[in-house]
Write a protein that binds this ligand. Structure first.
Ligand code: KG4
Ligand code: ZN
Length: 334
């Protein structure tokens, strides 16, 4: 069978990324241009600046991606693009660029859900084994999903309030860690011990998660200790937060593995870059005789290769978008 090369575009937040992915599994070339340092000046992503920077960067990112491979645009079989969820202005830059390429070079256009992209990051250099349990942990989502086959999802549980990545970012702010907070907390926690007794989120047997109580507890604790002029052990607090936040995921995953008897686990989304989380999730999977896949670090956070991997099953089905494709800021997996 002829190889299928998909050129994929990701601009949903503050990374401009373009990749060429062969047969949904091999990354032929990828470029990621991050705006992180610019947004760090403001303590978080400024949507207006993000769209402007995507517009400035996207053609250069395409040139870079093509330079790294012998493939030409004429070797490309389809153009894929993230259309939801994300910052609307940012998504639209990628969508218009994708449509223009599809139109000029007469290629089919494929629309990809960013969260499903994170799931398919696990299909890079790897074959997904179904049924599987997918734990999605990103800046905007925390979900536990059963995946029966390609694009066949069933939601088991989700966060009732904040996403885990959001909790990492907000707790980081109160601990004076610059944006993006997740990697900063991970680093700080390495020097700390789990000595703060923080409240456990949802102590029920559902598959839902909750992070706002934990976040608010830490914000209040820091305020109160500052007012009393007590010492705050920042590294210990980071380690204690991380322990409770990840334990919540581990407990719910453990429950799902026992109840569903599913033996394959994948982890998806930016927070899956966290080494402590990777270790704890791997431990609980092994305890349940399940196989776990977590993407390589570069494919955990936002990147276009995962969009190319997620577009491949859609290409095989002939599930193409037309030129009326628009961006949508909100979406779930199913
Ligand atoms: O998937 P992602 O790159 O963007 C979204 O789709 O939301 O996830 C971003 C989130 C942020 O909340 C960031 O702080 C978190 O992932 N994150 C981490 C780590 N790297 C990124 N959280 C904890 N530890 C990390 N090493
Ligand atoms: Zn993402």
């Amino acid at each position: 069978m002829k190889d299928i090369n998909i050129l994929a575009i990701e601009t949903s937040c503050d990374e401009t990324s373009i990749a060429i992915v062969k047969n949904g599994i091999t990354v032929e070339s990828m470029t990621i241009s991050t705006q992180m340092q610019t947004h760090a000046l403001y303590g978080g992503v400024v949507p207006e600046i993000a769209s402007r920077m995507h517009t400035e960067n996207i053609t250069i990112v395409l040139e870079e991606t093509l330079k790294k491979t012998s493939l030409k645009i004429s070797d490309i079989d389809a153009i894929a693009v993230t259309y939801t969820p994300g910052l609307l202005g940012s998504l639209l830059v990628g969508i218009e660029f994708a449509k223009t390429l599809a139109y000029i070079y007469n290629k089919p256009l494929i629309k990809v859900n960013h969260l499903i992209g994170h799931i398919y990051a696990n299909a890079i250099n790897n074959k997904l084994k179904f049924p599987l349990l997918a734990l999605v942990v990103s800046g905007g989502h925390t979900e536990l999903v059963i995946m029966e086959d390609d694009y066949k999802f069933r939601l088991l549980g989700a966060t009732l309030d904040d996403a885990i990545g959001e909790a990492y970012d907000k707790v980081a702010r109160i601990l004076n860690i610059p944006y993006p907070g997740g990697p900063g907390i991970e680093k700080l926690a390495l020097n700390g011990s789990i000595t703060y007794n923080l409240p456990k989120p949802v102590l029920d047997n559902s598959y839902n998660f909750s992070y706002s109580g934990l976040k608010s507890y830490i914000i209040n604790l820091v305020h109160n200790e500052k007012q009393r002029e007590n010492e705050i052990r920042y590294a210990d607090l980071a380690a204690s937060f991380q322990f409770v936040a990840v334990d919540e995921l581990v407990r719910k995953l453990d429950l799902a593995l026992k109840n569903t008897k599913i033996k394959n686990v994948i982890v998806a989304g930016g927070v899956s870059a966290n080494r402590y989380l990777r270790k704890k999730i791997s431990e609980v999977a092994t305890k349940n005789n399940a196989q776990v896949t977590i993407p390589e670090l570069i494919y955990c956070t936002d990147n276009a290769a995962m969009i190319g991997a997620a577009a491949y099953p859609l290409f095989l089905k002939g599930d193409f978008a037309d030129y009326s494709l628009n961006g949508e800021s909100q979406a779930n997996i199913c």
